[in-house]
Design a protein. Structure first.
Length: 523
């Protein structure tokens, strides 16, 4: 089935889904009240340097100061330094198609030049957002600025030319490298993106000139702007999605807004005119995400348990520190032997896990608990299948070998909020535990409350309002305990189910002697 880019643009939010083989592979959302800032360039001021952490905090005008790590600080134009920087940058280009903003030195092997020798408090610097603020953390920034276009990424701070490793043909890679190298000014660097494969010299030259003019404008605004201030805003989600996701593999773009359709057509006309006729305006009567089955898949991606076709399932639990994924056989019992059943379930889970990580945009440390396998060959087969499955992921991943306990540790680069954080908020009832009290627990709480208030309620009529499921339990499993409570109070207790109540909510009200009993019931 073809790959499609489906865009739902409303006044309050814009949603973008990349559909591969009939399934949502990637999902993006941008709300009017909460637009992304990744890629924005700010003129900021260093407010604090932390030598012990080899990092600094930079005031860029946001509520929380931005975090700048030593490896993200440009220091000198020396060729040796630049070569080292570029080597580290190009190593991370393949997965992100050359547009990763989190560049610089390996976090485990920073340059020997300490941050206190690179920056000073009060210094004014240009920084670019590489990671959104997450939770209580401020934005992550870098001084290794990158300005992405459709085919090229301008790197004003280096002089190197890199080529996306997703262009696999070595001859094409070398031709593109030499073409860009011969056209570019000597003081600038470029990365050739995957979309440039097959592009001619004139097209790349025109885009290079556009990016250089854009950088010149950024420099002028930065020189004239106060500190802190925004000097360059990245494209909005619609044009960014068209620029980054509308590749040769994507057959068409479908958008449900005439205004956004016209903007896309103008953008495509300028940067990729050959794809102009692959953009369609959706005029169906049903909402576009409903018509393409996207809403259902998004709702499924919010569930902790995901069923596999065989009858097995995976459970995804995300904490502050890491994400744990557990694989279970569930209803699947196999047809031949136990080892084959486990292997088949684990291999099926591998595909679903890779898909869910990408769709949910789960980042950071991930621990996968596969079902234990006796044979080393089976463990190796599952591991290799996982390595292969995550290759489609545009975010950088690293997978460690499976342990004897069937555990796999992996990391996935996190640059924005996960789908769950974007679409959900902590439960106000369970206080973030993910669970609510059982009906039986609530019944027992009510009984204890009656015991505490026995003196005040003795001999009186009492009305208990609670969720209908809790009331039903008093008529059933807890009937004896209810009758004992009534005897202890030497009065009558009435129950009333309140459909609007949360399952944990209840009230105990003494009734006047004159209160009518209509609509009330006893257990």
């Amino acid at each position: 089935m073809p790959c499609e880019l489906i865009i739902n643009a409303a006044s309050y939010e814009t949603r973008v889904a990349l559909v591969e083989d009939g399934h949502v592979a990637e999902f993006y959302i941008e709300r009017r009240s909460d637009k992304t800032i990744v890629g924005n360039i700010y003129k900021g001021r260093v407010v604090k340097i932390l030598p012990g952490m080899q990092s600094a905090f930079v005031d860029i005008g946001l509520p929380k100061a931005a975090f700048l790590y030593v490896g993200d600080v440009c220091f000198t134009p020396d060729e040796v330094f630049m070569d080292a920087f570029v080597d580290e940058m190009e190593n991370g280009v393949d997965k992100d198609e050359g547009v990763s903003l989190e560049t610089g030195f390996d976090r485990e092997r920073p340059s020997c030049v300490p941050i206190e020798d690179r920056l000073r408090e009060g210094q004014e610097i240009l920084v670019q957002i590489s990671k959104e603020p997450l939770g209580n953390k401020g934005a992550r920034v870098t001084t290794h600025l990158t300005i992405p276009g459709r085919h090229l990424v301008l790197m004003p701070m280096v002089r190197h030319v890199g080529v996306s490793r997703r262009i696999e043909d070595e001859t094409e890679r070398e031709n593109l490298r030499e073409m860009v190298r011969s056209m570019k000014p000597p003081e600038y660097g470029f990365i050739v993106r995957t979309a440039a494969e097959g592009a001619d010299r004139e097209k790349l030259k025109a885009e290079m000139e556009f990016l250089l003019k854009l950088w010149e404008g950024i420099q002028k605004r930065a020189a004239a702007s106060p500190v802190p201030s925004l000097v360059h805003r990245e494209l909005d989600i619609v044009l960014r999605a068209v620029r980054d996701l509308f590749t040769r593999e994507v057959e068409r773009v479908v958008v449900d807004s005439e205004r956004e359709y016209n903007r896309i057509i103008r953008f495509v006309d300028s940067f990729m005119p050959s794809l102009k006729y692959s953009v369609e305006l959706y005029n169906g009567s049903r909402p576009i995400f409903e018509a393409y089955g996207i809403d259902v898949e998004i709702q499924r991606a919010l569930n902790k348990k995901v069923w596999l076709k065989s009858g097995g399932y995976i459970v995804i639990e995300t904490t502050e520190a890491l994400t744990a994924i557990d694989v279970n056989t569930g209803r699947y019992v196999g047809k031949r032997n136990f080892d084959e059943t486990i292997l088949k379930t684990n291999l099926e889970a591998v595909k679903e896990i890779a898909y869910q990580l990408r769709l949910r945009n789960i980042g950071g440390i991930i621990i996968i608990d596969f079902i234990d396998m006796e044979k080393g060959a089976d463990r190796e087969r599952v591991f290799q299948a996982l390595v292969e499955a995550v290759k489609k992921d545009r975010s950088k991943t690293k997978v460690l070998r499976m342990s004897d306990f069937g555990l796999v540790e992996m990391t996935r680069k996190r640059t924005r909020e996960s789908l769950a954080r974007l679409l959900q908020e902590p439960c106000p009832y369970c206080d973030g535990t993910g669970y609510v009290k059982s009906r039986q627990t609530v019944c027992h709480e009510i009984l204890r409350a009656l015991e505490r208030e026995r003196k005040e309620l003795l001999g009186r009529k009492v009305l208990i309002r609670a969720h209908p499921d809790v009331v039903a339990l008093f008529y059933d499993d807890e009937r004896q305990a209810f009758e004992e409570a009534e005897e202890a109070l030497m009065g009558r207790i009435y129950l009333k189910g309140e459909p609007d109540f949360h399952v944990e909510q209840y009230t105990i009200e003494p009734l006047d002697a004159s209160t009518k009993e209509g609509g009330l019931s006893e257990a």
